[in-house]
Design a protein around this ligand. Sequence first.
Ligand SMILES: [Mg+2]
Length: 269
Amino acid sequence: MKKSYRYLLPVFLLLSACSSTKKVADSNAASITNNGKVWASIWQQRAAEYKALCFQAYNIAKLRVDEGVKNPGNKPLAIVTDIDETLLDNSPYDAKRALHNQDYTDATWKEWTDKAVADTVPGAPEFFKYAASKGITIFYITNRNENERASTLKNLQLYGLPNADDEHLQLKTTTSSKEARRLNVLKTHNILLLCGDNLPDFDMLYDNHPSEESRVAVTQKLEKEFGSRYIVIPNPSYGDFEGALFQFNYKLNNAQKDSIIKAKVKTDR
Ligand SMILES: [Mg+2]
């Protein structure tokens, strides 16, 4: 008996493995988009190259701070930063929903942000603390909703981030455009840098859902700003690049999104 069990165990394990592999494969089979998000999330979580790119961005930002404090101008200096995928790492949320082939919803997103446990983007806390030590005020301009205010502050305070208080946190109002909120900061401060992962974090030219071609044209026009006043953090998982890819049609199902991806992606013949 003992001997036969020994032979049966590997067979059982093999069958179990096949069954669980099939389950994962089935749940993901429908969507290139969601499989892509799993891949993007694991890159964000595991690749040293992701960390290196974030360090590169925040090292450049630090140089700009050192230059900026020498000539502060007529008003106190400020840095305006986005939060998600600029300062906080939400890849566990994206990875979980994508693995289950679920789309983003405000409800599941809020369940995640309510936990206030997001890790930080590499180099970000050190950079913002450095800037604050030079007398620069940090303003957090995010499109999180007002009902996420307490959890957002709690998550920022977890890492001792400077100016993590009601006065310096500007959440989404009636519009996702950040221009009015940037202008609000400009009433009292000179903005030395803007940090973000999504191009509307930087300039109103990216507002109102421009096409992919327009986004590229604006980016070429603003080329000199990147690494100068604009500090960009990589986010391959989500953002307006995705909206533009699908022409900001939020009603598309996964099969329709897959068709667009297959039609647009360049492949070898
Ligand atoms: Mg963001």
